[in-house]
Write a protein that binds this ligand. Structure first.
Ligand code: 5RP
Length: 293
C-alpha cells in the first residue's frame, strides 16, 4: 500500500495556463496515432522537417548491383550518416549492426526480379516486420501497369496492418518501361498511394511541374535518386526537389555508386537539412573526399 503520510500537498495546478499543444510537423499527419508520430519523428528530423533515407534494397529485384556487391563492407560507413535505412529483412539481418540504432523502412513487398515481370508482389509477415522493429513498411505500387490492382491491394493491406501497430506505410511509386515519369503520372500515382493509406510516399523527381506533384499529395513525399548521375546533378536534383516541396530523399545508387559515397551522403544532408545550394554542397563533397575516415 502506498504511504500517504509523507505525501506533499499538490499545489501546482497551473490554473489558467492552457495545456500545451503539439502540432505535428509533417503535412497531413496531424491525426495519426502517437506511435506512428513517434516513428515518423525518428525518420524525419523535427528540426528541418526533412529526411535523408539511404536505400539499398535493390538486390531484392536486381541481385548484386554495383556498389552493393559486398553490402557488409559498403553500407555500414554510410548508415552512420542516414536518418533512416531502407532495405530488405535479409540485408538487415545479415549486414546491418543492430547497434546502429537507425530507423528501418523495411522493404515489405517482394516477389519478382528484373528477369521476369516486375511488381507481381506479395507481402511479408507483419510479425516479422515487428520483430525487426521496423519504423516504416515500404510497398511498391505500380499504377497503370498490369499489376496495378495487386499492388494497390498490397498497399491497402499494409496500411491496415501497419496502422494496427502504429507503423507508417510507405507507398513506393513504381516506374516501368510503359510508365512515363512526368508530373501528370507521378501526381496520380502519389495521390493514389496517399488516398489508399500510405503515411508517406516515395516517388521520382520530374523536371517539369514537380511542385504540382508535391502540392497534390496530402502527405509527405521523398524522392528516389534513380540511375547514377554525375554528383553535381544529383545535388541539383535533391535541391530542386526540396525547393519544390519534397520532404527528403530516399536515395541509393547516387550515394553508394558515387566516387566518394561517404562524402556524397554528407553533401546530400547539407542540401536536405540545411538547404545549402548545390554549389555549396558540391564544394563540401569535394572537401570531404580528402577527409580522413
Ligand atoms: C526500388 C526502390 C529503391 O529503393 C529506389 O529505387 C531507391 O534507389 P535509387 O535512388 O537507386 O533509385 O524503392 O523500388
Amino acid at each position: 500500500m502506498a504511504d500517504n503520510d509523507t505525501t506533499k500537498d499538490a499545489a501546482e495546478y497551473g490554473i489558467g495556463i492552457p495545456v500545451p499543444r503539439h502540432p505535428f510537423f509533417l503535412k497531413g499527419l496531424d491525426h495519426v496515432d502517437w506511435g506512428m508520430k513517434n516513428r515518423l519523428s525518428r525518420i524525419f528530423s523535427p528540426k528541418s522537417g526533412n529526411t535523408v533515407m539511404l536505400a539499398f534494397d535493390h538486390g531484392y529485384i536486381m541481385g548484386p548491383t554495383s556498389g552493393l556487391e559486398r553490402m557488409d563492407l559498403s553500407m555500414p560507413p554510410l548508415i552512420e550518416y542516414a536518418d533512416c535505412i531502407m532495405c530488405t529483412r535479409g540485408a538487415l539481418r545479415s549486414i546491418v549492426p543492430p547497434t546502429s540504432n537507425k530507423p528501418v523502412s523495411l522493404r515489405y513487398s517482394a516477389g519478382t526480379t528484373v528477369l521476369t515481370d516486375l511488381n507481381d508482389e506479395c507481402l511479408i509477415d507483419i510479425e516479422d516486420a515487428i520483430r525487426v522493429n521496423a519504423s516504416a513498411l515500404a510497398v511498391m505500387v505500380a499504377a497503370g501497369s498490369r499489376f496495378e490492382a495487386k499492388t494497390i491491394a498490397n498497399l491497402v493491406r499494409t496500411a491496415d496492418l501497419a496502422a494496427k501497430y502504429g507503423i507508417p506505410a510507405l507507398g513506393v511509386t513504381a516506374v516501368g518501361k510503359e510508365l512515363t515519369r512526368d508530373a501528370r503520372y507521378l501526381s496520380l500515382a502519389c495521390r493514389v498511394c496517399a488516398e489508399n493509406g500510405a503515411t508517406f510516399v516515395k516517388t521520382y523527381y520530374c523536371e517539369s511541374d514537380f511542385e504540382k506533384v508535391t502540392a497534390t499529395c496530402p502527405v509527405p513525399i521523398v524522392i528516389a535518386g534513380g540511375k547514377k548521375l554525375p554528383e553535381d546533378e544529383t545535388l541539383e536534383l535533391a535541391y530542386r526537389a526540396i525547393q519544390q516541396g519534397a520532404s527528403g530523399v530516399d536515395m541509393g545508387r547516387n550515394v553508394f555508386q558515387a566516387g566518394h559515397p561517404v562524402a556524397m551522403i554528407q553533401a546530400i544532408r547539407a542540401v536536405v537539412h540545411e538547404r545549402r545550394s548545390p554549389k555549396e554542397a558540391l564544394d563540401l563533397y569535394q572537401t570531404l573526399q580528402h577527409a580522413k575516415p
